[in-house]
Design a protein around this ligand. Sequence first.
Ligand code: FAD
Length: 756
Amino acid sequence: MQSPKSPVVKDLVLVGGGHAHVAVLKSLGMNPVAGLRVTLITRDIHTPYSGMLPGYVAGFYEYDECHIDLGPLARFAGARLYHTEVEGVDTENQKVIAKGRPPVSYDVLSINTGSRPNSINVPGVDEYALAAKPIDIFLQKWDQLIERVNQSEGEFRVVVVGGGAGGVELALSTQHRLQQELKQSGDDPSRLTYSLCTSSGSIMYMHNSGVRRKFERILNERGITIRTNSRVAAIDASQVTLETGESYPADAVFWVTTASAPKWPKTSGLAVDNAGFIKVNHNLQSISHSNIFAVGDVASLPDARPKSGVFAVRQGPVLTRNLKAAATGRSLRRYRPQKKFLGLISTGNQYAVASRGSWSYESAWLWRVKDWIDREFMAKFNELPEMDDNPRTELASGIADREAIKELSTLAMRCGGCGAKVGATVLSRVMARLPVDSRDDVLIGREAPDDCAMLAVPEGKVMVQSVDYFRAFIDDSYLFGAIAANHALGDLFAMGAEAQSVLALATVPYGREAIVEETLYEMLAGALSIIKPTGAVLAGGHSSEGAELAFGLTVNGLIDPAKVLRKSGMQPGDALVLTKPIGTGTLFAADMRSKAKGRWIDAALKAMVLSNQQAAEVLRKYGATACTDLTGFGLVGHLIEMTRASKVDAVLYMDRLPILDGAQETVTAGILSSLQPQNLRLRRALKDLEKAALHPAFPLLFDPQTAGGLLASVPEDQAENCIQSLKQFGYTDSKIIGCIEPASDKPEPIRIQSGY
Ligand SMILES: Cc1cc2nc3c(=O)[nH]c(=O)nc-3n(C[C@H](O)[C@H](O)[C@H](O)COP(=O)(O)OP(=O)(O)OC[C@H]3O[C@@H](n4cnc5c(N)ncnc54)[C@H](O)[C@@H]3O)c2cc1C
C-alpha cells in the first residue's frame, strides 16, 4: 500500500494498459505529481507488446518476455490498479463505469483500450474463429488449437482472414509453430495447409509495392494460398463462406481483420468518428470533453494514421505531458505523428522484412535487429529502477482549480479526537448510497441509527464476537474493504456460527471532501459485497480521517452453544484439511517491493475474496472435529494453537501444501512479511527442525495470512469426500495436508513429512 505523501487533490484515471499508458505510468513513477492520485483500470494485468506477439506465437519468446506486467509498473507509478473491464463513462458526473465495482471518479480521464478485429455482422466468428484480440482469449484458444492439431489426423486446414500486416504475420508465425510441433512429434508437417483471405485486391495494401511483392513471394514459398477479393461472410465449424457464396473447408480460422471500435465510447456520449473511435484533437484531447484524452487504436486523430502500436508508443510522452498539464492547469502540447515509420514485419522463422515509405528490405539480421529493439522496449517497463523515496513535485501551487486549493489549505489543519471524524454530511451521503440491509434480530441498525446498534439473540443461541483491524495493504479501497470483511468474518465461520451483524471502523486518508467520500463509500461497498451474501447486516460503525487507509470490523455471530466447533476437538487419526492456498504474506511483501508478478497478486486477491462460509458448512457436514481460520500466525502458529488445545500431535505433509502461485519464488528470494520473524519463533514446535528447515516450503509455514482458508481436522474416512465437496464449492486448492496423532512424550507437537 502506497499511502500518498500529500492529500489527494485530483484523480487521474487511466483506462486500459495500452502502449501509451505504460509510458505514462513509467513517467509518473519517475516524476510523480503531488496530490495527483492515479488509477489504472485494465482488463488484462499482463498487457501484450504487439511487436513481439507473432514471435511468441512462433515459439521464440516466453509469455513474460512479450507482456508488460502492469502490477509492478502501477506500483512503481504509485497508481491504484483495478483489474476489471470498463463499460462506459458517465461524463456528467465524471465517473468511469467498470464491471463489478462502484463507478470510479475522475478529474482527468485517459483512454487507451485498443481495438478488436472487425467481426460485425459476420456470423460464426465469435463461436468458431480465433480473433487476434482480446489477446488473452486469443492465447487461450491458440494453446487449444496447438493441442487440436497435435491430436488430429490427415489434412488440417487453416484459413487466416485478413491480409494486413497482422494477418500475414500471424499466418506465417502460426504456420511455423504448428509445423515445428508436428515435426517434433514425428508427424508429417505437410498435412497442415494454410490459406489467407483478404477482401482487398492485394495483401498489405498499406505498405509499398516492394513489401507487398516480398510477402507474396514468401507466402508462396511457404505454401500459403492467397485469396484476394475474398470477403468472408460466414464461418462455421468446418468452412468459411465468402460473400460470393464460394466456400472453403476450414478446421481452424484466424480472424485478423481491420480494427473495430468498442461500443461504449459512443453510448457514453463521447464524440466518435463513423467507425466509433473517439475523436481527439491534435493534443490527444476528446473534441467533446476537454478533461478526457484518448490514444492508440481507440482514438481517431485529425490526421488519419494506421491502427498500429508504433503510433500508440509515440503518443506516450506527449500524452504524459498533457495529462499532467490537464491536472495542473497548464497548456497542452501538440502531438505530431511521424509521416513515415519503420515497420519490421517478421516472417515467423526469425527473418523479417523492413518497410519505410517506399523503401523495403528483407534479411535474417533484420529479425535480430527487431528482436533487440523489442527487448530494449520491454526492458524499460519490466526492469524498473529502485525508487526508495519518490520525490514528489509540488502540484498544489500549480492547480488551477481554486476550490481545490481552498480545500487543500484546510487539510493542513485537521483536528484529532472527535474532530477527526468524517463529516456528518459526507457520512450520510455515503450511507444513502450503500445498499439497504436488515434482519429481524437486528433491532436497531443502519437504517434508523441511534447511539448503539441493538441486537437480539434468539432463544437457544449465543452470540460469538470477534474483531479485526488492519492497515490497507492494497490501494484499491473497494477490494480492501471486501478482503477485510472476509478476514474478520472468517472467525465466525471457523466456529460454525451464522454471521448476524457487523460494526465497521473505517479510517480514510485526509483529502478533498469528494475524495474522502468516494474512498469511504468504496471501502464500505466492498465490505458489503462480502457481508450481504453471508446474510449479515452492517449495523453501524465509526469513521474517521487519518494518515492512511485502515479498516476494522467487529463481527457478531449466532450459534447453538452445543454445536460450537472449537480448536480443541482434534482426534488422533483425523486428517488435516486446508481449504485455501497459503502465501499471501510473502506475496504482498514482494508486491510492496515491486517484485511480484501482476498475475500472482491477482490470483492471491481472488483467493482472499473467497468467503469461508460455504467451506465451513462443508467441513461441518463431513464431521469436522476442530477448525480455525488461518490468519496472522501462519500455518504452524494456528496449528500449534489447535494441537495444544486438543492435546494431540500433528504431521504436516510438506509436499502437499497448497501454495499460491509465486509464493514459493518470493520466499526463495528471501522476501518475507515483516511479521515472519515473530512467527518463526514457533519453529521450536517442530520435531527434527534442522531437517524440516531444508524443505523449500519451510518459510511458508510461518507466513502470515490475510483472509486465509480454514484449517480443520476431519475424520479420516470422510476426508476425501470432504475435499471433493470443497472443490465443487469453489475451494479448488483444498488439500489434505497432514494427519493428527496421539500426543507423544516429546515437547514438539508437529512433525514434518516430505515426499508424501
Ligand atoms: C497479430 C498482430 C500483430 C501486430 N503486430 C504489430 C507490430 O508488429 N507493430 C505494431 O505497431 N502494431 C502491430 N499490431 C497492431 C497493434 O496490436 C495495435 O495497433 C496496438 O496494440 C494498439 O495499441 P493500443 O495501445 O491502442 O492498445 P492495446 O495494445 O490493444 O492495449 C489495450 C489495453 O486496454 C485494455 N482494455 C481493452 N478494453 C478495455 C476495457 N474495456 N476496460 C479496461 N481495459 C481495457 C487491454 O487489456 C489492454 O491492456 C499487430 C496486431 C495484430 C493483431
